[in-house]
Structure formats: C-alpha cells, structure tokens
Design a protein. Structure first.
Length: 141
C-alpha cells in the first residue's frame, strides 16, 4: 500500500458510522514507524472540521471496503482531545502521547518491539514527527 493513497481514506467505526477521513500520517522518523493517523472529523466541505491524532495501532484496515475501522463511537471521538489545522500539538510531548494512547486504549507504539528486531525500542528523547502528505513527505515543524 502506497502511503500517499492513505490520505483521504475514509474511517468508520465498528457500526459502520462515518468518523471522518485521514488527513495526514505522522511518522516517528527515528524508528521508521507510523505513529499516528490524523483524522479529520466534523465540519462541512472541510470547513470547521476538527483534527485528531489517532494512534496507528488503533486503526484496522478493511481492505475489502478500502477504508479503516476505528473502534470508538462518534460520541467518544467528539469528546476526544483534538486540534485545528493551525494549532497542531507537539507530538513529541510524551505526556500528550501517553494520554492519546490511553484514550484509545492501545499500547503506545514505542513500547512495542520493532518487527524483526527484538532489541529495538524508541525513547522519549528520540521522537520526531513527520507527516506524509505525498510520496516525498513534508515536515511540519
């Protein structure tokens, strides 16, 4: 799957209700892992929508329907900590990162070993984020 094709993908919950679409993908460039999908929710024609950093491990790919599933209700998403396009949180803030992972009830990605490397773990001081909005990727710093 090409990372550029993820932008704009629909996200639904287990009941099939639309929760929004993927606006950006945030990478931990030191570990090479996808850290978060930035979900756009609400608003009309892109106006007034709220953004949410969703831990990548909280999403499940529904390849048949070509969409992602996030196991939360619309109400839970509406009450989640979000941000707007001009005021992104510091995704390197570990207090924020832990809070987001706890809200979506998933293990933080930095606590899981990298596939194929049992000794690999990231540390709080080695995190940088980078959204991929095209094949080349863009820094949001």
């Amino acid at each position: 799957m090409d990372a550029a094709t993820l932008i704009g993908d629909k996200v639904v919950n287990a009941a099939g209700e639309g929760l929004g679409e993927i606006e950006a993908i945030m990478l931990d460039v030191r570990s090479g892992r996808i850290a978060y999908a930035v979900l756009s929710f609400g608003g009309f024609l892109g106006m007034g929508s709220k953004l949410f950093a969703i831990p990548w491990s909280a999403l499940t790919l529904d390849a048949k329907e070509k969409r992602f599933v996030l196991n939360v209700s619309k109400e839970k998403l509406e009450n989640a900590e979000g941000f707007d396009k001009d005021h992104w949180p510091s995704m390197a803030d570990m207090t924020w990162a832990v809070r987001v992972h706890e809200y979506y009830d998933v293990v933080p990605y930095w606590e899981e070993p990298l596939r194929g490397r049992s000794d690999a773990r990231t540390t709080a001081g080695s995190y940088r984020e980078r959204p991929i909005e095209s094949l080349g990727g863009l820094d949001r710093e």
